[in-house]
Design a protein around this ligand. Sequence first.
Ligand SMILES: [Fe+2]
Length: 386
Amino acid sequence: MQAYSYFCPTRIEMGTGKSLELSAILQSLGLGSSILLVSDPGVIRAGLVAPIQSALEAGGFSVTLFDALSQNPRDTECLAGAALFRETSAELVVAVGGGSAMDTGKAIALIGKNGGTPAEYADGHLPYHNIAPIVCVPTTAGTGSEVTRSAVITEAATHRKMTLKHAALRPTLAVLDPALTYSVPPAVTAATGVDALVHAIEGYTCRLTHPISQAFGAQAMRKIVTALPMAYRDGRDEQARYEMLEGSLLAGLCFGSADVAAVHCLAEALGGLYDTPHGVANAVFLPHVLRFNAQENIALHARLARYMSFASDADPDELACEKLIAGIETWTAQLNIPKLRDLPGVREEDFSRIVELSVKNGSTPSNVRAVTAEDYLRILQEAYRA
Ligand SMILES: [Fe+2]
């Protein structure tokens, strides 16, 4: 019998138009009046930040905007944000954006209060405590960072993707407003949505999973597999956008108390080396890792195939696994995600470096099937030939 624990103290506010209630919600929570608002230039250009900032200022909050961050956020950017947090005597961080803004916001809330560098926390040299309240307002349906205990930050000097991970990094408040995702372009919708599906699959199958994670994961898979192609084809499909934001939230609740696994280890290596968007990097490896994992875990993967309606209850498990791989390949093909070999910068000469980074990733031991450097290399080569 399995022992596990589950802890998620994040208050979740979900609903169309909810982001406009942020000021009132923050007033009721009393987290402080001086806000460092963390976002990225793309989200600001899309016009999503100004209404939120104005509403906060009208509500009596003092707001400073920090937007100097990359799509794969760097430790140097977190340090600049933390310095601004201190200079402005901020009391809380409000992150409006995708995973980059939310993960940077978490690192700033930690370092702004306590000093140090992201590496010192990720490598276990500094304790996670006394973290400023973190409020997340996601503008993409994918990362789930609004409810997770982790932040993935790239070490600029080495390209290493580090994971800051601690229960205290869980946001105090997550405000989910599907209307903020209506203007997300199709390619970003596809990539971030696949990331959410991979969170559900890896959270459900990894060695640290438990029935609570699996309950969230199964529901997330069902929603995302149907809603993502609809949201991709028509960004104004309000029901599909709602289902995707909810699916991404459920996927975050799934992997956030378990782990991710080999798809993410490879994807993070790729993102660290080439700045590949995280969801695209996940998508190119997903079917190949599933094929590798399913060979030794047939009943488990047959369940995934049935949750996502790629197979029926009547299909024997082995057939259901085959349908899972074929189904995922067809499903990602309709989202027009580029192939590994077509991604900017990717070269076969770098494969040994990608393997090395993947093996070192803290989530490699969580993969449901033991995965070695040789296995990673084979999966990479398979994905490159696909
Ligand atoms: Fe992810």
